[in-house]
Design a protein around this ligand. Structure first.
Ligand code: ASP
Length: 583
C-alpha cells in the first residue's frame, strides 16, 4: 500500500497513529539537527519532520538529498506540532518520520509550484503537467468536474439519455471551417470533425429517443480570437414534441440548478428579451444586465438643430455614465481617444456633463440649449452627477460602438462583479443574416432552424425580416447557450436551403440523409447547446476559459507541450494519397 492517508487528512485526533504518506516535496528546510519537509498531493500539505534524535540516521541522510518535486513515500508517527499553522487544515500535526523512500527524483521545475508562480504563460503551457500541480489550476479542473457531474445528474433525472455521436463525420454547418481528416481506406476522401452533433441529435429525435444530451467535443477551424479554442466542449441537448417554451423551461431549470448547487445562488425566473429589444437597449445580442446604462435613442431630441453630424446620422444614441460628470477634461479626452481606437471605430463622441445643480455643460453647447440637454438626460436616464456619452452614425455600427463603451465603463466602475449572476434569454433572433463579403444571406443560427410560421410569408419578399424560433441563454454578457426549434419537414428544409443559395443537387448531396429522415415520421423537435468551457469559467468567477481546460491550445491553435500540429512523414502522406504543395 502506497499510503494510508492523503496529505489533507490528518488532524489532532490522529496523534499517536502510525501512517504512511506519499506525495511531492513542496519544500524542505534543513536546520542541521532537524529537517522539515512539506509533503503535497491533490488533497493538501502535511508537514514531515526528520529529527536526528528520533529518526534513524540513514533516513535523515536521505532526507538531506531531497529536492523540490521529488516523489517520496514515508512512514512515521502523527505528533502534535509545537508551533501550529492555522492556515492549513493539517496545521496542528506533523509526522515524525521513521522511514523514507524516494520513489522518483525530480529536476528543478522550470517555475515555482505555488499559487502565485513565476512562470509565464507559454512556459506553463509547455509544462502543463507541472502547472496542474498548482492549486489554482487543479481547483479549476475539480470545479469543472463538479459542474459536469451536476449537469449529468440534473439531465438524467429529467429523463435525458446521454448518447455518443460520431467524431468522423461529414461537414455540419455551424458557420466555421471544418477540420478534416483524410481517409486512408477511401482514397482522396475526407471526414470532417463535427462543428457540433447537430444533425445527429436531430436524427436521434427521428429515432424516437425523445430526450438526448451529450457532453461532447466540437471542432471549429476559425481564425483564433482571444480565448477561443479550436476544440471545445458543449453540453448538447435535444428534445422531441416540444415548443420553444418547453425548451426554455427545461434549460432554465438546468442553469438554475447549477447556480444553486455550484455557486449557492438562487435566481428567480430568467428575464426574456427579444433580439430587437436587446439591440436597441444594449446594442448587443448578449447584454450584460448586471448593471444599467441602457441606451437612450436621441434622434427625436437631437436632430432639430444645425448640428450636421447628428442630422446626417441614422442613429444618435447615448448612455449615462454614473458619476461621470466629475471627469476632468483630460479624462474625457482620453475616453474620446478610446472610442476612436480602430478596434471601436467611432469618429468622435459628444458628451454632456449633468451638473449637481441641475444644469448641463456639453461639448455641443453651440448647438443645443439647456432644454434640449434636459431631454437627452431624460432619454438616457441621466441623473445629476452623470456624464452622457453620445455616439452617432449608421445604426448597426454605432450600437456596437456604444455597447463596447458601455462594457468598458462598467468594467472601470467595478459594475461587473463576478460573484453576481444575471442570466437572461434572448429570443426571436432573425433567421437570416446578410453577409457583406459573400453578398448573400446566411443562416444566423444554422440552416435547420425553423422560421416563425407567422413570418414565413416574408421569406421571398423581405428575408432579412424573418424571425426564427431561436434563442440564446446569456449570462453576464456572455452567450453560454443557444438553440432553436428545428424544421422537421422536407419541404421547409429544402426551401430554407434554397434561400441559403444551395442548388437542389447541393442540398441533396450534403443534407439528403436528413431530409430523407424527415420523410419517415420526424417528430417536431428542438434543442440547444451550452458552451461548457465558458459556462464553467463564468460560474467559477473567471474570464479565461483556457484556465478551465486541462490541456488547452495557445492563441495560434498550437499545443506547445506535445508540439501539435506537426508534419507527417512521406510514407504516411503516401498512404493517405496526399501530396503537399507548400510554397
Ligand atoms: N448546434 C448548435 C450550436 O452548436 C446548438 C443547437 O442549435 O442546438 O450552436
Amino acid at each position: 500500500m502506497y499510503r494510508t492517508h492523503s496529505n489533507g487528512e490528518l488532524r489532532l485526533a490522529n496523534v499517536g497513529q502510525e501512517v504512511t504518506l506519499a506525495g511531492w516535496v513542496q519544500k524542505s528546510r534543513d536546520k542541521g539537527f532537524m529537517i522539515w519537509v512539506d509533503l503535497r498531493d491533490r488533497y493538501g500539505i502535511t508537514q514531515l519532520i526528520f529529527d536526528e534524535e528520533r529518526t534513524p540516521k540513514e533516513m535523515v541522510e536521505k532526507a538531506k538529498t531531497l529536492g523540490r518535486e521529488f516523489v517520496i513515500q514515508i512512514t512515521g508517527e502523527v505528533i502534535e506540532r509545537v508551533s501550529k499553522n492555522k492556515n492549513i487544515p493539517t496545521g496542528e500535526v506533523e509526522i515524525l518520520v521513521k522511514k523514507l523512500d524516494i520513489l522518483n527524483a525530480s529536476k528543478t521545475p522550470p517555475f515555482t509550484i505555488e499559487d502565485e508562480t513565476d512562470g509565464g504563460d507559454e512556459l506553463r503551457m509547455k509544462y502543463r503537467y507541472l502547472d496542474i500541480r498548482r492549486n489554482p489550476v487543479k481547483d479549476n479542473l475539480i470545479f469543472r468536474s463538479k459542474v459536469s457531474i451536476e449537469v449529468r445528474k440534473y439531465l438524467s433525472d429529467a429523463g435525458f439519455i446521454e448518447v455518443e455521436t460520431p467524431v468522423l463525420i461529414k461537414s455540419t454547418p455551424e458557420g466555421a471551417r471544418d477540420f478534416v481528416v483524410p481517409s486512408r481506406m477511401n482514397e482522396g476522401q475526407f471526414y470532417a470533425l463535427p462543428q457540433s452533433p447537430q444533425t445527429f441529435k436531430q436524427l436521434l429525435m427521428v429515432g424516437g429517443l425523445d430526450k438526448y444530451f451529450q457532453i461532447v467535443k466540437c471542432f471549429r477551424d476559425e481564425d483564433l480570437r482571444a480565448d477561443r479554442q479550436p476544440e471545445f466542449t458543449q453540453i448538447d441537448c435535444e428534445m422531441a414534441f416540444v415548443e420553444q417554451e418547453d425548451i426554455l423551461n427545461a434549460f432554465e431549470g438546468l442553469t438554475r440548478h447549477l447556480l444553486s448547487e455550484v455557486n449557492g445562488v438562487e435566481i428567480a425566473a430568467f428575464p426574456r428579451m427579444t433580439y430587437d429589444e436587446a439591440m436597441k437597449k444594449y446594442g448587443n445580442d448578449k447584454p450584460d444586465i448586471r448593471f444599467g446604462m441602457e441606451f437612450g435613442e436621441l434622434n427625436a431630441v437631437a436632430q432639430h438643430k444645425e448640428f450636421g453630424v447628428f442630422n446626417n446620422a441614422e442613429l444618435v444614441v447615448g448612455i449615462a455614465v454614473p458619476g461621470g460628470a466629475s471627469y476632468t477634461r483630460k479624462e474625457i479626452d482620453k475616453l474620446i481617444e478610446w472610442v476612436k481606437r480602430p478596434q471601436i471605430g467611432a469618429l468622435g463622441m459628444v458628451y454632456v456633463k449633468c451638473n449637481e445643480d441641475g444644469t448641463f455643460k456639453s461639448s455641443v453647447d453651440k448647438f443645443y440649449d439647456q432644454e434640449d440637454l434636459a431631454k437627452w438626460a431624460a432619454a438616457t436616464g441621466a441623473k445629476p452627477g452623470d456624464l452622457i456619452c453620445v455616439l452617432s452614425g449608421g445604426a448597426h455600427k454605432v450600437r456596437a460602438q456604444l455597447s463596447a463603451l458601455r462594457m468598458e465603463m462598467a468594467e472601470r466602475l467595478g459594475l461587473r462583479d463576478p460573484k453576481v449572476f444575471a442570466p437572461l434569454w434572448v429570443i426571436d433572433f432573425p433567421l437570416l443574416e446578410w453577409d457583406e463579403e459573400t453578398e448573400r444571406f446566411h443562416a444566423m443560427h444554422h440552416p435547420f432552424t425553423s422560421p416563425k410560421p407567422e413570418d414565413m410569408h416574408l421569406l421571398d419578399t423581405d428575408p432579412g425580416k424573418v424571425r426564427a424560433n431561436a434563442y440564446d441563454l446569456v449570462l453576464n454578457g456572455n452567450e453560454i447557450g443557444g438553440g432553436s426549434i428545428r424544421i422537421h419537414d422536407k419541404e421547409t428544409q429544402a426551401l430554407m436551403l434554397s434561400h441559403l443559395g444551395f442548388t437542389p443537387e447541393e442540398a441533396k448531396e450534403q443534407f439528403g440523409f436528413l431530409m430523407n429522415a424527415f420523410e419517415y415520421g420526424a417528430p417536431p423537435h428542438g434543442g440547444l447547446a451550452f458552451g461548457l468551457d465558458r459556462l464553467v469559467a463564468i460560474l467559477g468567477g473567471q474570464e479565461t476559459i483556457r484556465d478551465f481546460i486541462a490541456f488547452p491550445k495557445n492563441n495560434s491553435g498550437r499545443d506547445v507541450m506535445i508540439d501539435a500540429p506537426s508534419t507527417i512523414d512521406d510514407e504516411q502522406l503516401k498512404e493517405l494519397s496526399l501530396k503537399l504543395n507548400l510554397q
